[in-house]
Design a protein around this ligand. Structure first.
Ligand code: BGC
Length: 372
């Protein structure tokens, strides 16, 4: 989508939401006879400020809903599950109409969401599915399996694996195991890479064996922390890359891990250039886009979080007005209790050559920020 079109589309959407929600809040006030601030309150529960993307996600959605006339409560929980539960409880007590929740632990919200259901509050799982509860109404996310598949395919293409090149030394990483997305990212990548591991064209010197369904957890990084990924990469290099053995490729599920992995490699003497390992990522975080410019990361899977916010704002509005909530996938995301109707958005691969056309021309980053 061109920049101008995107901007127009966003403005038009905010205007549509504003026009219609103004009516609905009047109606709500009349119906409840109160007009209290809770009457059109939308609660937005985000996991942490420590990762760039969640700051952008929260600010964008909050802005859209406010422009549309909603009252919002935007909360960040410092990656602490109890804190997030308390924040959601407060939103329920304030009579929120809808809760938008990007969970920290996808299995820990059952009891608090039961309270939400009792208070007739609808719940949208934002980006991450909420598991093991009937009380999640909708899910909006990017196609998580496709994110991993794009990373896997990128590795296959860049290494020339289809042309029989190899063997290459691969180190796989996965995201936080309490995040439902982590498994989808890993499976998407592994379904593409596994045949080359089996044929010996991809070798895993650290000896991580990923054969069974749950084995990805052996390479998962709790809390998606850069420091933990860095320490883990340090350990693998120290223990398994002796005698001149070199890392050729690292499957990193996202940018925060990729940052730690690149730092580890740098500290072990790897320098950008022909022998520098291929590192994947996700999110197009600023530091990582800069690393891509500096040839310290090969790619990132960009999820234009503005489009996710746009979609969720529309869902909120449809819920409040009693309209049909748009979904486009009603089979993939079973939360252990039910299949949650979902809206999946497409992720996009970004490499050095298309930083300008994809990230700058779309307005995601200014040229200034990237020194372009
Ligand atoms: C999101 C990723 C993000 C990761 C760490 C995942 O649930 O989908 O975009 O990198 O969490 O915050």
């Amino acid at each position: 989508m061109s920049k101008n079109f995107r901007v127009l589309a966003s403005v038009a959407m905010a205007a549509t939401l504003a026009a219609t929600s103004a009516c609905s809040s009047t109606r709500d006030a009349e119906e409840s006879g109160s007009g209290d601030s809770g009457s059109n309150l939308v609660g937005i529960a985000m996991p942490t400020r420590s990762l760039e993307r969640w700051n952008n996600d929260g600010a964008h959605l909050d802005g859209l809903l406010k422009t549309a006339g909603y009252t919002t409560s935007l909360q960040y929980a410092d990656n602490k599950v109890d804190q997030q539960i308390t924040q959601i409880e407060n939103m329920i007590n304030q009579n929120a109409k809808v809760l938008v929740v990007a969970s920290i632990d996808g299995t820990a919200l059952g009891p608090v969401l039961e309270k939400a259901a009792n208070a007739k509050i609808k719940v949208i799982a934002y980006d991450r599915l909420i598991n093991a509860t009937p009380n999640v109404d909708y899910y909006a996310t990017f196609d998580n399996y496709l994110v991993g598949k794009l990373q896997g395919e990128f590795i296959v293409d860049k290494l020339g694996l289809k042309d029989g090149k190899g063997p290459f030394n691969l180190e796989p990483f996965a995201g936080s195991s309490d995040d439902n997305n982590a498994k989808f990212f890993f499976n998407g990548a592994w379904d593409v890479l596994k045949p080359y591991v089996e044929s010996g064209k991809l070798v895993i010197p650290s000896g991580k064996k990923i054969a069974g369904e749950e084995d990805w957890k052996t390479v998962s990084i709790t809390g998606w922390k850069s420091e933990t990924a860095q320490a883990e990469m340090d350990n693998r290099i120290n223990s398994f890359y002796t005698g001149g053995k070199k890392v050729n490729v690292v499957l990193s599920p996202n940018d925060s891990l990729a940052l730690g992995i690149a730092q580890s490699l740098e500290s072990k003497g790897y320098k950008p250039g022909a022998d520098y390992p291929l590192i994947t990522g996700q999110d197009a975080d600023l530091a990582n886009v800069k690393n891509i410019q500096a040839d310290k990361q090969a790619m990132t899977v960009w999820k234009d979080t503005r489009t996710l916010g746009d979609q969720v704002a529309k869902m909120v509005d449809s819920i409040v007005k009693g309209g049909t909530v748009e979904t486009n996938d009603d089979k993939t995301y079973n939360n252990g209790n039910k299949v949650v109707p979902s809206y999946l958005l497409p992720p996009v691969v970004v490499v050095k050559d298309d930083i300008k056309t994809k990230l700058v021309d779309s307005g995601f980053y200014t040229a200034d920020k990237l020194g372009l």
